[in-house]
Structures are given as structure tokens and as C-alpha cells.
Design a protein around this ligand. Sequence first.
Ligand code: PLP
Length: 423
Amino acid sequence: MHHFSYKNGELYCEQVPVRRIVEEFGTPIFIYSRGTLERHFKIFEEPFSNVPHLICFSMKACSNLAILRIFSNLGGGVDIVSGGELFRALRAGISSQKIVYSGVGKKAAEMDLALDADILMFNVESEEELQLLNQRASAKGKKARVALRVNPNVDPLTHPYISTGLKSNKFGVPIEQALDIYMQADRLEGIDPVGLDCHIGSQLTELAPFLEAVSILRKLLRKLRDGGVEIRYLDVGGGLGIPYDQETPPAPGDYGAAVLDLVSDMSVSLIMEPGRVLVGNAGIMATQVLYKKQSSDKNFVIVDAAMNDLMRPSLYKAYHSIIKVAKDDGPTRKIVADVVGPICESGDFLARSREMDDPDPGELLAVMSSGAYGFSMSSNYNSRPRSAEVLVDQSNYYLIRQRENYEDLIRGEIIPGYILEAK
Ligand SMILES: *Cc1c(COP(=O)(O)O)cnc(C)c1O
């Protein structure tokens, strides 16, 4: 469910025509619906309302301050994966006691920032990371609250690039080693092992892998308690998929009920790290058609958004539905086309061999379900300023990130004096 729909043939976000936003702020542009963001958060949280829990939005999916603040206002925290995300989260006003920190490559300086902020929990992904965190915390006279991210070796049945819970993935500590590492952690002066964590992948469209992973954690948790390690937090990660095309992922309510069923007798505080499911369908990217051209066997629709703006199709061959912002009056002409951007790479496409309404140059298209891993993955490749972001709330809309300008592109670049002077 989302709040993008046609009224009299015009695409609206809530009560605002997409065209009006584009006329004011240009293209390409990311447009988010506050109603959808809030609805998704509430639906996701609903099943857990009677148990201790914290929803830590996985902010790498969409890290705009305004969006973080919306979830924070609803009581949410965040799952961060870098010092930069910690900075953003604190700037958005998120309580440090609602921040968990995941990631295989935390640096000492990042650990220090998180220790100083006194975040809720570090999700530690290796023995060496644990040792370093112990050193950093001890040096500050602190104890870092820690969960081990366990790799349960279950197949999430998703795209290989976004599968994280297989033995062959770089994430977490192997399940067989987890008990030993916890025992070791329990003896470290700067470490307080309080949690158990896993995250097996992204865009999961089946319940079974989640439940298998949680069952494995359940067994481990028993053993840990038998061994005297007091686990208080069970972090089941994120990864619930959304419908981009024909997928039928579990409804958040069913997911929640099934997870709860497995953990409700365990006297733990539950932590969830949803990303995509909260924001994916709450955002679109609007783009303008620049040109059309035909080669001997292909149609190309060339638009002003590219892989630097929305990387998912190029990176994962991800599918995004592409629709017209203004529907055709009469009967629609269909074409089969590649929708491509201006970037000088053949991998620069938003859709391939797509049957779609034949657009004219100048027309606006909406790339649907672009709220997750859209803007947050964007770059300046080809020296393209990054898009603006706009938040719609009923009949109002707000610029939540200015479009970058050319000066932004060269910020921080320096021509060394001797090169400048060389003739
Ligand atoms: C990316 C990530 C998530 C969120 O994944 P989604 O598929 O967007 O829900 C959660 N936890 C960790 C550790 C992640 O890296």
C-alpha cells in the first residue's frame, strides 16, 4: 500500500500532483510520501505492541534527516553501518539509546564516536573486531554493549549481492564459533555481551529463511544462558521484501506474528532492523524523457535520470515499474524499450526490454518503489549533481534536500600549487 495514485489521469503523491513538484524543483527528483512512511512503520510495529521491542530503521536504505526524524517521532531508532550514519542519526535527533551499529569493517575512530555517544549496542561481526572494541572501550573506562552477529548459514533465496547469511558471505561469525566467542567476550573488561543478532539478507520474499534463522538463534540463546551469558536483546535483523514486480513477500503483519511466535517465551527485548519494507514503496523518482531513438533491433527511451541517481537496476538487475506521470488521453501506444540515462556506460539503464506506454520527449516518468537504496546509493559519477528530495504530507510538500549544484561537485578538491603554476 502506498499513496501514489492517478487522479484524472495525473499521478499524485498524496494530494499533490507530481508535476507540480517537478515544475518547482526539476528532475530527476525523489519524492516521498509521509503518509506511506508512517503507515509502513505502524503496520510493521503492530504485531510487537505487547512485547518489549525497538524498531531500528536500517538507515542505509534512506538516510535523509527528515525521514529519520519521522521514524524517530514514532518511537523508532536506527541501525547504522558507519560513523557517517551515526553523525546523521544524532543530527536527526535520534536518541543514542536507540542506535545499534552493524557492519564488518568498523574502524577504531568510528568505534570511539559510538562509544562516546553511548549507543545501545554494537553488532560485532568478528573476533578481531571484538578485541579492538574491547581495547577502545577499556581505554575510555567504558563497557561496550555488544551483540554478536551470528551467521546462521541459511539461504535467504534472494539476489546473491544482497544475501548475507550464508557461510560464503562476509557477514557475522560462523554459528559454530559463536558460543566460544561469547564466552571470551564475557571475560573481556571492556565488553558487555547483552545481545544476539543476525541479518540474513535483503528483499526476502519467503518467511521460511527468517524463521529458520530465528530458530537457530533461539537454540544458541539457550546455550548462552546456560553458560551464564545474560542475553537481553535479540536482534532479528531486517530484510523483509517488498513487491517491485510480481513478487508476493509476506505481509509485515504475518512476518511479525511468525517471529513473535518463535521468541515470545524468551524474555528478551526484540530488535528489528527493517529498511526497504519501511521506505521502498514510500518513494518514487521522477524523471523527464529527453530523447527517443531506435537501433536496428531496439528502442531506447533516454531520460534525465541515470545509474548514478538510481543504481539498483544496474547493480542488481533490479526491476522498477516505470509509469507516466500524465496518462495518455486516448488509447495508449505501447513500445518495448530500454529506458536509459545519459551516463557513458552500457550498464546505465533503469529498465531493459520493458513494455511500456510510448512516451514523447519532454514527458515525465515515475520510477516507482525508489524510496529504498535509491537516493542513498546515488553518486556524482559523470559529474552529475545529485537529485533533490521532497517530502509530501497530504496537500503540502517540503524540500528535504536541495539539488546539488556544480560548486558542490568540486567541494574539497585542490589543485596543488606547483601544478597550478606549471606551464
Ligand atoms: C541492510 C541491512 C538491513 C536492512 O535490510 P533491508 O533489506 O533493507 O530490510 C538490516 N540490517 C543490516 C545489518 C543491514 O546491513
